[in-house]
Write a protein that binds this ligand. Structure first.
Ligand code: DO4
Ligand code: MG
Length: 286
């Protein structure tokens, strides 16, 4: 079941919906659901969505709505170096930081960093950013965990952890500047509810980058290549920290374009996860 946030043409009020078919959305706000949080905190979420879907709800055509990021009020955090591919690429990127990446891949404590405030998250169809002071910019296609305030994984979505690799590679202390800036985090298009970690580990992740109508990079990985268990990542995120609005945790990137590749303005970034859907964003210099 897919839960989304959307607006209707000519009406800025945010509504909550259930994706009914490829072409239609059931309007849960009609049934009194005004915030996603009210649903995501429920321990009987899947049953409740089933119950709501059987009531008489307005059905909107997807053409008449704009999907918003499903990140409503949660902080977005990200795990790093969870795939062997990520560790290897970063060790090549920076001699200076190579041993840090090598060590963290095998360390007990994972790398987890703050990524975005909810109000800064980019929605599907909007532009993600590349920094004007960076020379080497890439998208990072990542499975995102949607977590309740009590630390339960309640769903999955797609995240793009946009990164400036030259800034990150120059000095690890520059990581926040390489990772956090306008348009550096896109999440969407909706939340897939009611799947277990074992099911999610069967999914694959694809990245396609298009430039002037042509594919300039494509790559693929499997969620099962993530080295750490999801509950292990969540447990570390919630250590000594409360998330009253829940949290979204990106689980790391396993697809890395070649070192000669950098994003350009007007590129199109398409991330598809087989069990969820596709998150598509254009690129703009910020
Ligand atoms: O420390 C660098 C960031 C790692 C990261 O974002 C990833 O592996 O996805
Ligand atoms: Mg990442």
């Amino acid at each position: 079941m897919k839960l989304c946030r959307f607006t209707q043409t000519g009406n800025p009020a945010v509504r909550i919906g259930l994706i009914a078919t490829d072409r239609s959305i059931l309007d849960l706000t009609d049934a009194g659901v005004h915030r996603m949080r009210d649903l995501l905190e429920r321990t009987d979420l899947a049953d409740e969505l089933l119950r709501l879907s059987r009531t008489s709800l307005t059905e909107h055509s997807v053409q008449d709505v704009r999907l918003l990021t499903p990140v409503e009020a949660q902080e977005v955090w990200a795990a790093g170096v969870t795939y062997l591919r990520s560790k290897e690429a970063r060790m090549v990127e920076s001699e200076f930081s190579a041993s840090a990446y090598d060590l963290v891949y095998d360390a007990v404590r994972p790398e987890i960093f703050f990524k975005s405030l909810p109000e800064k998250v980019v929605s599907p169809g909007e532009a993600v950013g590349i920094r004007q002071d960076a020379r080497w910019n890439v998208p990072e296609p990542e499975l995102a965990l949607v977590i309740s305030s009590s630390g339960r994984i309640v769903g999955y979505t797609i995240g793009n952890d946009m990164s400036s690799r030259d800034i990150e590679g120059e000095n690890l202390l520059y990581l926040p500047q390489a990772k956090i800036y306008t348009g550096s985090c896109a999440v969407g298009p909706w939340i897939e509810i009611g799947r277990t970690e074992s099911e999610a580990r069967e999914w694959n992740i694809q990245l396609e980058i298009r430039r002037q109508g042509k594919t300039v990079f494509s790559g693929e990985t499997r969620v099962s290549n993530i080295k750490r268990r999801f509950d292990e990542l969540v447990e570390y995120l919630f250590r000594s920290q409360k998330f009253p609005n829940g949290a979204v945790l990106l689980t790391g990137a396993g697809i890395v374009p070649p070192d000669s590749f950098t994003l350009e303005a007007a590129d199109l970034v398409r991330i598809a996860i087989s069990g969820i859907g596709t998150l598509e964003n254009s690129v703009a210099v910020v």
